[in-house]
Write a protein that binds this ligand. Sequence first.
Ligand SMILES: *Cc1c(COP(=O)(O)O)cnc(C)c1O
Length: 380
Amino acid sequence: MDSHILVTRSSMPPLEEYVAEIAPLWESHWLTNMGEKHKEFERLLKEYLGANNVALFVNGHNALECAIEALGLGADGRRKVITTPFTFASTTHAIVRKGLEPVFADVRESDYTIDPEQVARLAADPEVCAVLPVHVYGNLCDVDAIQSIADERGLKVLYDAAHAFGVERRRPDGSWESAASFGDASMFSFHATKVFNTVEGGAVCFRDPALKPVLDQWKNFGITGPEDVEYVGGNAKMNELCAAMGICNLRHLDEEIAKRRMVAARYCEQLEGVRGLHLSPLHEGVRSNFAYMPILFEGEAPAERDAAMAALAETGIGSRKYFYPLTSEFACYAGRFDSSMTPVALRLSRQVLCLPMYADLALEDVDRICRIVAGSRGRS
Ligand SMILES: *Cc1c(COP(=O)(O)O)cnc(C)c1O
């Protein structure tokens, strides 16, 4: 028996279901450029997310870059964007690749998301045009505090919601709103490793309906008419086979999240109370998607975390230092940022380890992983 466990495993629909979904493409021979599957998937996403405005993309990163373009960040000469270094390369790279300057705010100890007090302080700089926060591991940012700072200062808010597909927050009236509801726009990633995947893919949900043609043109070379090209756009379209994968996977998503919830509950049951370990608390009134299973090892040095990772690897179990290093520490940014300015993010990046998490992870395997993690701490 193969006892290897990877840190994640892509959700896939039953093969027959996918084959049935793509069969019409063998009739139409229409494989990309906003075909029937693209239209259908966009409509289903709007419904699922309760979003009025959605544009599909080839992946989350290109979606983020196109959203930056479509929102016109930097166009008025203000070129700084407040963001977090406790994220995947994509967030910081998108800002830099669009010729803007990231300004790093620290994150909150409690949920790893950007600290609104720091956002407020950094927003006093008149060169700042936007905030680009990240809903880390599916924990929602303090969206209300961030929005009021943005309103006060005339800043755009663009969320990296790559981790937050399927996350919902309860409104005061008891109804639920999805992670697509916040800020001027939110980017979702449908990469194979995410809770919901289209193999590769992504989407932008946005407030202003006037952005729809703009986003759709940015992803298609800036073409605005048969003989008109108005923007220096790239190619970031989602193809029909990926859209079909999305249509199928969306049918099973609630079930997948329910299974992830049980895996997460088992982890918590087994790891709660282990000396020197911290689990991330769930927010009151938020329905999580259980995208990741992060645990924190107490202490400043990464030795404890690294020992647990090595102990897991010895028995063929994958885990991931996610996010480590901070994006502000990347070699490509050497000499440009000072990671000691975000001490909480810096410490968390040395303490965090993401354990295997996927819908079909067996609970006995969770128990085994927990025994190894606890054992690596000199307790079994
Ligand atoms: C996955 C991810 C992205 C990029 O999405 P892709 O679809 O892989 O391009 C961006 N930000 C975060 C936080 C991510 O986890």
